[in-house]
Design a protein around this ligand. Structure first.
Ligand SMILES: *[C@@H]1O[C@H](CO)[C@@H](O)[C@H](O)[C@H]1NC(C)=O
Ligand SMILES: *[C@@H]1O[C@H](CO)[C@@H](O)[C@H](O)[C@H]1NC(C)=O
Ligand SMILES: *[C@@H]1O[C@H](CO)[C@@H](O)[C@H](O)[C@H]1NC(C)=O
Length: 269
């Protein structure tokens, strides 16, 4: 739970966006949805949601789309990989840390202003899912057909070096692993900014409701008390007039007046 806190705080402070890609489907199906995620900025998060078990997310490259990046030049710099046994309902989140220029031809043809974005590639490392088309990319949509074609003829065993429990937090090329699905199931839910607003609105409504109930109760109590007071007055007057009437006929003072029946109901002031 605590390790998730920085993610939500970062997302709130830096205005980083969290993008979602669902991972699921049968063997050989296009398991990533969306398969080609575009316009992901530096510091943005990409969360892979495993909707079914039996799939993985492994970082690959443009030229070798079905091979885990074990060494990216610098010592210890290797790609990200989710655990091989990621359970359905768990998530795997990476954060884009580096930006690089898009293919210069693409930039000059389609974008008058050069945009500097990251191209990150990933594939499902389970069995032959990658060769069957389970590849995808972040800011790499212009490479979609070449990567898909290269995957079909790719060597098997390209994922032999993927650790079965996934790569460590912080690992990745151009990105870093932020949360990894623990092999135990349900991950704690994260509060999005929308959820915070929702909670605030519900709290406000509850407060207004409580205030209305309190007001209603006060009005009812006041009316009831006023009603009781008039009733008590009416009874007293009635009793007094009876006493007066009795005094007029007998000419004798009435013995001590027994308190009226309703006297016990007289509220204390
Ligand atoms: C992915 O999972 C997260 C966390 O459980 C959830 O908030 C999000 O809505 C899910 N997104 C999709 C597209 O399923
Ligand atoms: C996976 O297991 C290895 C060896 O037990 C350990 O060194 C590594 O930190 C583990 N990785 C994760 C992501 O838990
Ligand atoms: C990306 O940026 C980090 C620092 O933010 C740096 O350590 C790393 O070497 C950079 N390059 C790649 C390819 O990840």
């Amino acid at each position: 739970m605590l390790e998730l806190l920085p993610l939500s705080l970062l997302a709130l402070v830096a205005h980083a966006v969290e993008h979602f890609i669902t991972v699921g489907g049968g063997d050989g199906a296009a398991e990533f949805n969306p398969q080609w995620l575009d316009n992901v900025d530096v510091d943005d998060f990409v969360t892979f949601n495993f909707t079914t078990s039996g799939h993985t997310v492994v970082q690959t490259s443009l030229t070798l789309p079905c091979v885990f990046i074990t060494d990216d030049g610098a010592p210890g710099l290797h790609g990200f990989a989710s655990p091989l046994s990621a359970a359905a309902g768990t998530t795997f989140t990476i954060q884009v840390t580096n930006i690089s220029a898009r293919n210069s031809l693409f930039v000059s043809c389609l974008h008058p202003e050069p945009t500097y974005l990251t191209a990150i590639f990933f594939a499902c490392g389970t069995d032959t899912h990658c060769q069957n088309g389970a590849v995808g990319g972040i800011n790499a949509v212009e490479f979609s057909s070449s990567v898909t074609d290269a995957a079909k003829t790719s060597v098997s065993r390209g994922f032999a070096d993927v650790p079965s429990n996934g790569t460590a937090l912080g690992s990745g090329v151009l990105s870093r692993v932020v949360t990894s699905p623990s092999l135990a199931s349900s991950g704690p839910s994260r509060l999005s900014p929308g959820a915070f607003v929702g909670i605030a609105i519900v709290a406000l409504l509850l407060l207004i409701g409580a205030a209305l109930v309190l007001r209603h109760w006060m009005v009812v109590t006041r009316v009831r008390r006023a009603h009781k007071r008039t009733e008590w007055k009416r009874r007293l007057e009635k009793r007094l007039s009876q006493v007066h009437a009795a005094g007029a006929t007998d000419g004798e003072p009435e013995p001590a007046v027994k308190p009226a029946g309703g006297a016990e109901d007289v509220p204390r002031m």
